[in-house]
Design a binder for this molecule. Structure first.
Ligand code: FAD
Ligand code: MLT
Ligand code: ZN
Length: 471
């Protein structure tokens, strides 16, 4: 066990019982490091409340005793936001036992669930009533709704449906002092003052514990058409995106970009993956249309791509002819994270840019990184339709920690300065966590940062919520 006072242990035990506590060192281990294997720490104890009342009781105790709390969902986050520090003093508050779907209302197109519900379970619960919950991430079998909302997650369907924030109507939140904000409203219009819901969404466990949410459902698409295209440069893909938006409107659901080195990485490190096109292309896109009507979708995609081929904006394209082929194409895209993990140590960037500025950014960033290190391995992929790139730099697996830290600082400055110059964001969907905390501070205006700190101070005066993360 870490540095846990016996009296604190007794009080936490009284709040959550045997089933709600993990005290054994070995049993705590999975909660103390992240999916990427990049961060690890030591918790004093892992507390797993079964309901909102237990969560409130735990927070009350932690507030009174000034005990720091790291809230954790599925622990799939990519910014180290859910990992305790090395002190052994932080309590990990795991939400995984609070996983109930509380209500589904198909007429109101809403679903109410607890924060620990897995994203995949929420998707399935929506499907059971012939509705669709569109948030979709490679980690959907393991990540939780609470984590999705706390990071304002994005994923592959933001282009059509928006990010986690856009898919949430109401929240229930346990505040740092143990009080409960009952904001589980299933309304699309509610102008009764400041928007507290949006304050907690994206707050990464620094302002309160999300215990439940009302999520927005959509009609279930019954048809989809998927294609993989190859292009000579990224500007051609940006042009194709605009063309498809004009022709297909809201039926365009996903427009994902994969650079040639990203594709090569997957082919090398993920088994059973084959290149979808014969020739070599500098950039690829995985495109998906979906509709609630069954007719004409594949034809629409085909004619749109034929036009692009005729105009020369894309070099080659293949339309998926079956569900299995569609799955195989998505497996390539979703395999990049795993391939990166196997291939080396990634300096990860999660940037957002105006889509019109992407081509210039990529050209300038590639040139600046190459000027510094001619053999640099740039793994550039992501959600081009949202202007969100994972513009990563890959170093060899055996890179010593010190060299990695130095290279990270250098690459961050090059990439993030260019992002800032283009009025972009250094944090698009993965959250700030500990990975980008200092970078965010570097680029935020003093006014914006001051406002954030005032909010933090007023909600969490004892500074117990996820210390060292985000702010
Ligand atoms: P955790 O990792 O457990 O926590 C993340 C943050 O949220 C932490 O700061 C934590 O303190 C806080 N938190 C968690 N639960 C709560 C709660 N109930 N109340 C308050 N704060 C809380 N992300 C994307 O956005 N788009 C992607 O396409 C994407 N793809 C991924 C693919 C893979 C293979 C993997 C491993 C990850 C991917 N991610 C992606 C990152 C990650 O899955 C998301 O950030 C996800 O939303 C995190 O959910 P989680 O439940 O695992 O949260
Ligand atoms: C993705 O888009 O695949 C994810 O955000 C994960 C990653 O960046 O590795
Ligand atoms: Zn992503």
């Amino acid at each position: 066990m870490g540095n846990l006072h016996p009296q604190l242990l007794r009080r936490l035990h009284a709040a959550v019982g045997d089933a709600g506590l993990v005290v054994d060192s070995a049993a705590k281990t999975p909660y103390e490091s992240d999916w990427l294997g990049k961060w690890s720490g030591r918790s004093s104890i892992v507390v797993r409340p079964a309901d909102t009342a237990q969560t409130a009781a735990v927070m009350c105790i932690c507030h009174e005793t000034h005990t720091p709390v790291v809230t954790q969902g599925g622990n799939t986050g990519m910014s180290g936001g859910a990992t305790p520090d090395a002190s052994g003093a932080q309590v990990v508050l795991s939400m995984v036992r609070m996983n109930a779907i509380r209500a589904v209302d198909p007429l109101n197109n809403t679903l109410t669930c607890e924060a620990g519900a897995l994203l995949a379970h929420v998707q399935a619960a929506a499907q059971e009533v012939d509705r669709f919950f569109p948030l979709s991430l490679g980690s959907e079998g393991s990540c939780t709704i609470g984590g999705n909302l706390a990071t304002n997650a994005g994923g592959i369907a933001v282009l059509r449906y928006g990010n986690a924030r856009a898919l949430c109507l109401g929240l229930e939140v346990v505040l740092p002092d143990g009080r409960v904000w009952h904001g589980l409203r299933a309304l699309r219009k509610d102008n009764t003052g400041y928007d507290l819901r949006d304050l907690f969404i994206g707050s990464e466990g620094t302002l309160g514990v999300i215990t439940a949410a009302v999520l927005k459902l959509s009609p279930r698409p019954v048809a989809r058409a998927t294609a993989w295209v190859g292009a000579r440069d990224i500007q051609a893909l940006v042009g194709l995106l605009a063309q498809l938006q004009a022709r297909c409107g809201e039926r365009l659901v996903a427009f994902e970009m994969i650079s040639a080195p990203s594709l090569a990485l997957i082919l090398e490190h993920v088994s059973e993956v084959r290149a979808p096109l014969a020739g070599g292309h500098a950039f690829h896109a995985l495109i998906e249309l979906a509709d609630t009507q069954g007719e004409g979708l594949a034809a629409l995609l085909e004619t749109s791509l034929e036009q692009a081929l005729a105009e020369g904006s894309v070099q080659d394209a293949v339309l998926s002819a079956s569900g299995a082929q569609t799955q195989a194409l998505w497996q390539i895209r979703e395999g990049i994270s795993q391939a990166q993990l196997r291939a080396g140590k990634a300096i990860k960037h999660d940037i957002a840019l105006p889509i019109s500025a992407i081509a210039d950014f990529v050209q300038a960033a590639d040139a600046a990184l190459r000027a510094q290190q001619p053999a640099v391995r740039i793994i550039n992929f992501g959600h081009l339709g949202d202007g969100n790139l994972h513009y990563n730099v890959l170093l060899p697996l055996d890179t010593p920690a010190e060299s990695l830290a130095q290279a990270t600082a250098q690459c961050n400055r090059i990439v993030h300065d260019l992002v800032a110059a283009a009025n972009g964001s250094i944090s698009a969907e993965h959250g700030v966590g500990q990975l980008r905390r200092d970078e965010m501070r570097h680029y935020k205006s003093p006014v914006e940062f001051d406002l954030m700190m005032r909010i933090k101070q007023s909600l969490d005066p004892n500074q117990i919520m996820n210390p060292g993360k985000l702010v």
